[in-house]
Design a protein. Sequence first.
Length: 191
Amino acid sequence: MIGSGVLRGMGVTFKTFLETYPWGRVLLRVAGVPATNGLVTIQYPDEKQQHHERFRYFPFLIYDKTPENLRCVACKICEQECPPACIHIVGPAKDEQGRPLKAHGRTYPVEFDIDTSICMSCRICVDVCPFDAIFMDNQYELSAHDRYGSMVFDKAKLLKPAEYFQQIKPTEAKTVDARLAAKQKKADGLA
Ligand code: SF4
Ligand code: SF4
């Protein structure tokens, strides 16, 4: 029916209006319409919203056990794929003869910076990384007065332990850990 969408929308608006008043909530309950407590805002920053696991802001680099054991091998795929080009990688690290240096059996970046002031939180860097080395963080309280000092995250600032990832995104971390364990098993010749 023509106009039914408009009427439905007006119904939602009217219900929300009623929910904001105690008498309105009583009316809705009497009419058998489920009503919320009418609160749509919180007293931020005293109160913080509990974000959904899939909430994402800027990326971080993950390490296992110690920061020297970072998963990033400096392949630079994420740097090439990042739409606003806000990832800057120097590396992989090399010795004086130009041979790649390794830490925990892997090459590693000398520098890894993300300019969070232009990152658009698209997650493409996460999706293209073949090494499960970069994931989206949920930290959003990052405002600063200076453009470069605080908003360009260097390697030290980007590195976070695997336990942190398990804590903020348990479902995704579980899938990633299972994938890495299967890969390791295959590499050890057990699968
Ligand atoms: S984060 Fe992943 S894709 Fe980016 S350089 Fe490191 S290993 Fe490569
Ligand atoms: S989330 Fe998107 S914009 Fe941000 S660093 Fe990753 S690829 Fe670049």
